[in-house]
Design a protein around this ligand. Sequence first.
Ligand SMILES: CC(C)(COP(=O)(O)OP(=O)(O)OC[C@H]1O[C@@H](n2cnc3c(N)ncnc32)[C@H](O)[C@@H]1OP(=O)(O)O)[C@@H](O)C(=O)NCCC(=O)NCCS
Length: 160
Amino acid sequence: MGSTGYRLQVLDITALPQLLELDRRCYGGHWGEQGYRAELERPTSTVIGAVVEPGDRGEKTSPTPTLVGFGILWRIEEEAHIISLAVDPDHRRRGLGRRILEELLTQARAAGCCWATLEVRASNHAAIRLYESAGFQLLGRRKGYYNNGEDGLVYWKKPI
Ligand SMILES: CC(C)(COP(=O)(O)OP(=O)(O)OC[C@H]1O[C@@H](n2cnc3c(N)ncnc32)[C@H](O)[C@@H]1OP(=O)(O)O)[C@@H](O)C(=O)NCCC(=O)NCCS
């Protein structure tokens, strides 16, 4: 199955409860309410969501569109920082992560950004394959960057 049937949209504060639930499903509770609220309200952040409409893709029980993926972008002058990208486990490998990433880059370009950067755990092979296939290049490694001592890989893409 491809990623048709999903709609991408810029999220606003009304998406906060669904974002928290999706964070829990994707990251096991990475950020709390304050963190996502800040991203949804900060003028230099963009939060893109992927939703599935009621009745599509088996989501027949929900009366409202269901959030199944999201990505967050920070714009710092000419730099675009991709700071989060996640897709619900039940909706992975359908091209949705790639679509959200492309939309974040489109939004960054439209806002005048020239290049993009992100950081990923060295063990996150799925995300690394996605980023490399989208043209991101390895810039460097931050030794023991994460809480569990894991290295962080820094990627960048220029132009975007
Ligand atoms: C990384 C993530 C966002 C990918 O989402 P997705 O919707 O499944 O990705 P896509 O279907 O668009 O896949 C795009 C490409 O990524 C790579 N990829 C995705 N999942 C993969 C997996 N499990 N194993 C290997 N490669 C994978 C493939 O190259 C894939 O292209 P292909 O399907 O043509 O082979 C998703 O796995 C996720 O939410 N992971 C948990 C959160 C996370 O780690 N986010 C990244 C933080 S930096």
